[in-house]
Design a protein around this ligand. Sequence first.
Ligand code: SAH
Length: 217
Amino acid sequence: MPWARRKLSMLMAVRGAGVTDLNTLNALEATDRSIFVPSHLAERAYEVTTLPIGFGQTLSSPDVVGLMTQALGLKKSDRVLEIGTGSGYQTLILSKLCKEVFTIERHEPLSQIAQRRLDKIGVNNVHYTFGDGFEGLPDQAPFDAILITAAPDKVPSKLATQMAEDSRLVLPIGPQGQAQRLIRVTRKGSRFYESDLGPVRFVPMLSGVAQESMDSN
Ligand code: SAH
C-alpha cells in the first residue's frame, strides 16, 4: 500500500478513536512516523499500534498520541513538560502545537537518539533532559501542560506542584499489564479536578535513571 494511503487509514482510525481536534489531526498528518521506528519496522510505521524502540520501550500508538494531545488542550503560547521522550514522536507532535517543550527521558541513549532525530528535521523549540521525570524540572516550572507517557501508580506529587494555575496534566495511571486509565488533572487556581478519559496500556513509569548495559537494548 502506498504511504499516503497508509497515513490516511491511520488518520481515519485516529478519528474513529475520538480525536476530533483539528490542530491535533493536522499535526499527526504532517508527521512522518517512519523516522521514529527502527528501520526494519519502517513498513509498519502507520499501523495503529505500539512498536518497539529498544531498551524495552515502545513508540505510542497514534490514536493514543492523538487522544493525549487533544486532552492537553494546547495553546500556541504554552510551555509544556513531557515525561518519557522515548522515540521523540509525541515530542514532535507537541512541539508543533505549543511554544516550547521540555522533555525528560530516563534512558540516556533514547534521549540522545530522539534529540538527533528532531535536530535533523529542524525542530528548535524542544529542550531535552536525561533524568528522572518524577522530579520534573523545578527550575523551569510552572508549566501550562504536562504529559506523562509512562504509567505511575498515582499522580506524581512533585509534578502536580509544577502545574501553572490554569493548566492540565494528562497521564496513564495503573500497574503494567493491568487496567490502566488515562487521567486528566486540571488545575484551577489552587484546586485540582480529575477526569477519566478511558482505558489505556503503557509501560511503567520507573524512578531513577536507567543504568545501561550492553544487552539492555
Ligand atoms: N512518547 C513516547 C513513548 C515512549 S514509552 C513515544 O511515543 O515514543 C515511555 C517512555 O517513558 C520510555 O522511553 C521510558 O524510558 C520513559 N520513562 C519511564 N519512566 C520515566 C521516568 N521516571 N522519567 C523519564 N522517563 C521515563
